[in-house]
Design a protein around this ligand. Structure first.
Ligand code: ATP
Ligand code: MG
Length: 430
């Protein structure tokens, strides 16, 4: 949407960017009954009837205490967390929501690369080292309308391990950002640097592929997250803590006793603690996305994982849906575009559109269909203006030709190098 003129109480104002208009709506200074100049029709129309800005009035701005932070994790590396974070963020932004995507991969930040931003001006590192006081100061605009980015600390070979309280502070600072959706892209693995963000965000989304190893790692990831949450909860009750620790540590990678048994044990020891624990089990409700699905049969793996989580961990899991394996996703990475931008009509993009409108936003039936059409229309308009930005392949695709091959935290052969601005480390190809 280009800059627009509006008429408020017969006074012409502007031009305003969409962000400024949104702010006006938010502050109650501009409403659906005011006028906006429609550049196509070359006339003033009611703001609520302008297809360009009516979405500003379709939903209320989400107040701070209701803002939800989503964290996208899952344990296994390379399952599509970053690609999905970007594309889900874009899908939500295309519906008019203000979205911030955040690279919380402390060791291998690459969300900015996925968005085609090669050298982010500011990163999480600036906030962490107090060079910027507020997260607002490190927010970067992206080529997509309504979508902003907090880039991870790339090129510093990771940050020192932040403490639990620092991670909590980060999440609560995030919630102060005026946005409807904040989505964190987490790193691979189940270290506390990853788990703590997953636990601290209100909504955890786990991404897995249908392969048994990935499913196993995802189960583990959820299990470790749940135990971490419980262990933080009972810091004031050493006896309960010791009991839960015994279960948490007794079977790494497996679950010998179900969470129901753990709960029964806790109840025998301390009734008040057991009802606190029940509260956590009721609330802790990860969402699942199955990615890179080749055939419908494979979606059964999602159902199997859900059953295992429900029976062994005594928590519910919402299945958001699956995204098909699609070569265009890999192609998009090379073009430095999120796949939903590179090809809004691909199978993977359509899966994401469905997943966002139906499963995340609960828009079913004709309403869902209308929303998806609008979403795709807006994404196509973003796509038409998206910078063409491809890697100079000879220099920066990760390969054995790199000087640091075998000794690099970011090694991911065949994929663009996330620390490409350290160019001198690459041997030039002859
Ligand atoms: N649906 C899909 N179909 C085909 N390829 C996919 C799909 N989703 C992701 N990929 C590809 O998988 C690779 C890894 O994706 P991505 O970087 O998003 O994973 P990740 O989980 O964030 O990895 P990491 O754990 O290293 O952060 C990329 O090359 C991406 O293009
Ligand atoms: Mg990633």
């Amino acid at each position: 949407m280009s800059e627009l003129f509006v008429k408020i109480k017969d006074k012409q104002r502007g031009p305003y960017s969409s962000k400024e208009l949104r702010e006006l709506v938010h502050n109650g200074d501009f409403g659906a009954h005011d006028y906006v100049y429609d550049n196509d029709r070359q006339q003033w129309v009611r703001a609520g009837q302008s297809e360009h800005i009516q979405s500003l009035f379709e939903k209320s701005f989400i107040p701070e205490h209701q803002r939800t932070v989503f964290a996208v994790g899952g344990g296994k590396g390379g399952v599509g967390k970053t690609s999905l974070t970007a594309s889900i963020g874009i899908a939500l932004a295309a519906l008019g929501y203000e979205v911030v995507i955040v690279d919380a991969d402390l060791g291998g930040a690459n969300l900015h690369t996925c968005m085609g931003i090669l050298e982010p001006e500011k990163t999480f590192y600036d906030f962490y080292t107090l060079q910027c006081e507020a997260l607002e100061d490190i927010l970067l605009e992206t080529p997509v309308e309504n979508l902003r980015l907090i880039s991870g600390a790339c090129g510093t070979l990771g940050l020192a391990n932040p403490r639990y309280t620092q991670k909590l502070r980060f999440i609560s600072e995030l919630k102060k950002i005026a946005a409807d959706f904040i989505i964190l892209d987490l790193g691979a693995g189940a270290s506390y640097n990853v788990i703590d963000f997953f636990v601290a965000a209100e909504q955890g989304i786990v991404v897995t592929t249908p392969e048994p190893m990935a499913i196993q790692e995802t189960f583990n990831f959820i299990k470790i997250s749940l135990f971490r949450k419980l262990l933080r909860l009972f810091r004031d009750k050493p006896a309960v803590l010791t009991l839960i620790e015994k279960y948490a540590l007794s079977s790494p990678g497996r679950m010998n006793s179900s969470m129901d048994e753990v709960l029964a044990d806790v109840r025998r020891l301390d009734v008040e603690a057991s009802s606190r624990m029940e509260g956590v089990l009721d609330k802790f409700r990860p969402k699942l996305i199955l990615n890179m699905v080749h055939s419908h049969n494979e979606t059964r793996e999602g159902a199997a994982l859900r059953t295992a989580v429900e029976e062994l961990l005594a928590i519910n899991m919402d299945y958001l849906g699956y995204v098909e394996y699609d070569d265009s996703v890999r192609k998009a990475v090379k073009e430095l575009k999120p796949f939903i931008i590179a090809n809004p009509k691909s199978r993977a993009s359509r899966s994401v559109a469905q997943l966002v409108s139906v499963s995340l936003l609960g828009k079913n039936g004709w309403k869902g269909l209308r929303e998806r059409k609008k979403m795709i229309r807006n994404i196509r308009s973003d796509a038409s203006e998206y910078p063409q930005n491809s890697f100079p392949e000879s220099d920066v695709i990760c390969s054995v030709k790199c000087f640091y091959w075998g000794d690099c935290d970011y090694q991911n052969g065949g994929h663009p190098c996330p620390v490409r601005h350290l160019d001198p480390i690459f041997r030039k190809q002859s």
